[in-house]
Write a protein that binds this ligand. Structure first.
Ligand code: FMN
Length: 297
């Protein structure tokens, strides 16, 4: 199994629909959505990540859920949640189940201080009692083998997840994705594959490896890949055409050109060191209109 990593602002629903063919060609069988907040009162079906047209009732929305037909037919979409309130998580999971999603994932990896210092994302690794309740609610609500966890090796160090494994092993998790870094490292520095192997050695659930993995057929084990896939898109001959499609689809979805420009720049920034984009990036970075952007690629 090769899973498309959640990259907030990048591997969003609109992206997955426009790039559905490239996602499939690259061998992905599943995508985890960028995180949705499991906060009190939040209805995940009101988020465009899960529902194309905002609608108050699930029956009205059911046809537009789970991705476009082309993506839905071939690659599974699993919503990911971030939070620390088990009852809010339960409410969110019940809503997505109503809409036809049969799996869900818990974010225990987000490293941003604003998130982790409030006990969410990787902050959950520091509050095992809350983490345990979140996972219990996840497994209970989604059912055995339907709820997964995405975590880092630790908060400060690389052995914190290992210490939590007896607790994690007590749940019927679908899988545990391990990003082989700790939260202090954010997205840089080396991955620690030795620490990863220690976790994998004691894990009772399937383990999905994540962190700087190249986009190539994986010989063994299950993997999650994010940035390597995004980077190679910038090398495609047809990337101009694909970008134009993405601009059009984003313009339909968002209000006004500014957020569309922001979305495009966030994606193209992954390519700024590639030969084809090196000279174009400085122009793209300061483009103020979609026409200026289109002229630059
Ligand atoms: C811009 C960005 C946004 C991310 N958003 C999420 C997210 O919403 N949920 C999550 O679990 N991980 C998120 N991640 C982490 C990735 O899913 C992944 O764990 C990390 O990028 C390492 O994998 P890679 O080297 O294959 O990209 C994000 C990473 C980046 C760079």
């Amino acid at each position: 199994m090769t899973i498309l990593a959640p990259l907030r602002g990048v591997t969003i629903r609109c992206f997955r629909e426009v790039f559905a063919e490239q996602i499939r060609e690259a061998g992905f069988t599943e995508a985890i959505t960028p995180f949705l907040s499991a906060n009190p009162g939040f209805d995940p079906l009101m988020d465009r990540e899960l529902t194309r047209f905002h609608s108050p009732t699930p029956t009205q929305t059911s046809n537009s859920l789970c991705g476009s037909p082309s993506l839905r037919d071939t690659i599974k979409v699993t919503p990911q949640f971030i939070g620390k309130d088990p009852e809010s998580l339960r409410a969110c999971l019940l809503r997505i189940k109503e809409a036809g999603y049969d799996t869900a994932d818990l974010n225990c990896g987000c490293p941003y201080p604003m998130v982790r210092n409030k006990g969410r994302g990787s902050g959950l690794l520091r509050t095992p009692a809350i983490l345990e309740k979140m996972i219990a609610v996840g497994c209970e609500t989604m059912g055995e083998g339907k709820f997964s966890v995405k975590a880092r090796l630790g908060f400060d160090g690389n052995d914190e997840l290992l210490a939590l494994m007896p607790m994690l092993n007590s749940f019927p998790l679908r899988f545990l994705t391990v990003h082989a870094r700790n939260a202090r490292q954010m997205y840089g520095g080396e991955c620690d594959w030795e620490a990863f192997r220690k976790v994998a050695a004691v894990a009772k659930m399937p383990i999905v490896a994540n962190g700087d993995l190249p986009l190539q057929p994986q010989k063994d084990g299950e993997v999650m890949i994010g940035r390597a896939f995004i980077r190679q898109l910038g090398m495609r001959d047809d990337i101009g055409e694909l970008l134009s499609k993405y601009i059009d689809a984003s313009s339909e979805e968002l209000c006004g050109p500014s957020p569309v420009l922001g979305r495009m720049k966030e994606l193209i920034a992954y390519w700024k060191d590639l030969l084809r984009w090196k000279r174009r990036w400085p122009v793209i970075k300061i483009a103020r209109t979609l026409d200026e952007l289109r002229l630059a690629y």
